[in-house]
Design a protein around this ligand. Structure first.
Ligand code: SF4
Length: 92
């Protein structure tokens, strides 16, 4: 079973209104931006055609990688989703 197969059986109870991660989308620090783009296993950090940082919390795996790499820089705030929201792992 591949990683994609395993992730495909997880359930997301996403809070579509409130993001649990606050990102500095105005940042122009490409070194920091490239860190989170390359490290996020869910591919949630992207650049648009004009090199503006895009981020969407939907699909977050709550691994904390972006928090460890860039807290206080690209990642302005990081909390677990509230209550029963977030990812429900079903394959370990
Ligand atoms: S916590 Fe993990 S999955 Fe979620 S945005 Fe950060 S790096 Fe990506």
């Amino acid at each position: 079973m591949t990683i994609e197969d395993k992730l495909g059986v997880d359930k997301f109870h996403t809070d579509e209104i409130n993001s649990h991660i606050e990102v500095d989308k105005e940042s122009t620090d490409m070194e920091e931006i490239q860190k989170v783009i390359k490290a996020c296993p869910a591919g949630l950090y992207k650049l648009d055609d004009e090199n503006h940082l895009l981020f969407d919390h939907l699909g977050c795996l709550e691994c904390g990688t972006c928090r460890v790499l860039s807290k206080g820089k690209i990642v302005k705030d990081w909390e677990y989703p509230i209550g029963t929201r977030g990812i429900e792992y079903r394959m370990g």
